[in-house]
Write a protein that binds this ligand. Structure first.
Ligand SMILES: Cc1ncc(COP(=O)(O)O)c(C=O)c1O
Length: 474
């Protein structure tokens, strides 16, 4: 690439070249070892005499900023300078108030740790990568010419078709391919819904504890988020504020407690929403993984006019794919499509085409069957080990679905303190109010006993600490 130099005005031409190359080196735009254009080439580019450029290079050579290598050209010296950042005071632009205090966001890639019960990531080592690569290769050859340009905002038609039959079959979602909008993960679906339903001050009801990444999207749009407690039947419908316009819920596997919303609660929630003209987001993020119990149908299947059903392939395939989808009530669809169009026209076609083939050729169902066995084994071991060695501290909350299990803390310990002490001992957990959650996506079954033994030590040390401090205070 050409290095950009701007020659203007009456100042010495040599000085302008010297100043610009020097400041590019000092602020890190030109790095040590990078080759500068030859003097003849640069003089030609700038339409100047070669002598002007040679003089500028000589000044930089004399200062040790650049060095000439015989027969190969002129290079920037490695000055091991930290790239200089623009001073904040030099920039008069301010961001909108919400973004002035940045929200705390999950950090990825996560630091590797010996025993990882982190949430949200499936087991990537069991994904059929070579099959996936060959599908990608063949789809990049076969995807029709018409799909290589812009396509519909709703997504690649064969994928919408595959999604409609998959969720229709396995989650009783009432839809056709025409009702599906493909998004970049569930996260984008939340954003698009927020775009079309939220104005500053709109009241949004969220399960508490709940999924912070959805909560932050609503807050960023100026919503007033009201936390609704969750009990053993799921979201407590009687606590919903009268004026909520939108309710966010994870009824199949409440995030993070794992509770499944009871049937009476579902009926109550739908009645509540219908009577107030409110919309419900049903985030069905990991219901592919059912291990026991009778499957409860999706909320959407009970009333497609009140519920926006959101799904994702982040857990069933892999999160880096960024493919999710939503099925909305008909009257919202045009606005959601326009919002998608304004955001990014449509999701990239090739990954959509590959997922469509992966589903329609039966690989998806096969993969889910395989990893379900794997996760089921890990869950069973975890439950057994917690009961065996951690029952003084933890009670596992019953849940027959999903990639994580939650447990309540029996003693008066702070979940954040437990998670921090566990991390220091090499075990990653997810703290939640009054308890902790264990993801089973990344830990091997064979590691679970050692991990719970470590946790046993962590709890004992924490208890000794609290006993000591109670004694000091009493
Ligand atoms: C509750 C919940 N919803 C949705 C998602 C999926 O988000 P995405 O499809 O954007 O990866 C996650 C991922 O961790 C989640 O935990």
């Amino acid at each position: 690439m050409d290095f950009h130099l701007a020659i203007t005005g009456q100042r010495s031409l040599t000085r302008q070249i010297y100043d610009q190359i020097r400041s590019a080196i000092l602020d890190g735009r030109l790095r040590g070892g990078q080759r500068l254009p030859g003097t003849r080439e640069l003089a030609h580019q700038l339409n100047l005499s070669r002598k002007t450029v040679v003089l500028a290079y000589d000044m930089l050579l004399a200062e040790g900023m650049i060095a000439a290598r015989l027969g190969s050209g002129t290079y920037v010296e490695d000055l091991t300078l930290a790239p200089r950042r623009m001073a904040a005071s030099a920039c008069p632009i301010t961001v909108a108030p919400y973004w002035q205090k940045l929200p705390s966001l999950p950090v990825f890639p996560r630091q590797q740790i010996p025993f990882d019960f982190g949430l949200g990531v499936p087991d990537l080592s069991h994904f059929p990568w070579s099959l996936w690569r060959s599908i990608l290769r063949s789809r990049s050859r076969l995807t029709p010419q018409s799909s290589q340009s812009y396509v519909q905002s709703s997504g690649y038609p064969p994928l919408r078709d595959a999604i409609a039959s998959y969720v229709g079959f396995s989650r009783a979602v009432r839809c056709t391919a025409d009702d599906v909008i493909v998004t970049n993960g569930a996260q984008q679906a939340f954003q698009l819904i927020a775009d079309v339903l939220i104005q500053p001050g709109t009241v949004v009801a969220m399960e508490y504890p709940g999924y912070s990444m959805a909560r932050l999207v609503f807050l960023a749009r100026g919503a007033k988020v009201v936390d609704i407690p969750v009990d053993q039947e799921g979201l407590m419908v009687k606590c919903l504020p009268r004026n909520a316009k939108l309710v966010f819920t994870t009824p199949s596997h409440q995030f993070p407690t794992g509770v499944v919303m009871s049937y009476p609660r579902r009926v109550g929630l739908l009645e509540w929403a219908r009577s107030r003209g409110a919309a419900i987001i049903e985030d069905d993020y990991d219901s592919e993984f059912r291990f026991e119990g009778r499957p409860l149908e999706s909320l959407q299947s009970m009333d497609p006019t009140a519920v926006i059903y959101v799904g994702t392939f982040s857990k069933s395939l892999f999160p880096g794919l960024r493919v999710g989808f939503m099925v909305s009530p008909q009257p919202l669809r045009a606005a959601l499509l326009a919002a998608k169009h304004l955001t990014d026209w449509h999701s990239p076609v090739l990954p959509q085409a590959a997922v469509a083939t992966f589903i329609s050729d039966g690989h998806f169902a096969r993969h889910i069957r395989k990893v379900r066995r794997l996760y089921s084994d890990r869950r069973n071991r975890l439950v057994a080990e917690v009961q065996r060695s951690l029952s003084d501290w933890l009670t596992i909350l019953p849940s027959g679905t999903g990639l994580h299990l939650a447990a309540t803390l029996k003693q008066d310990l702070s979940a954040d303190a437990v998670a921090a002490a566990a991390l220091a001992a090499g075990v990653r957990l997810f703290p939640m109010p009054g308890g902790i959650a264990f993801g089973v996506g990344t830990i091997e079954a064979s590691q679970i006993r050692s991990a719970t033994e470590k946790l046993h030590d962590v709890f004992r040390a924490l208890r000794r600490g609290t006993q000591r401090s109670t004694r000091i205070h009493s």
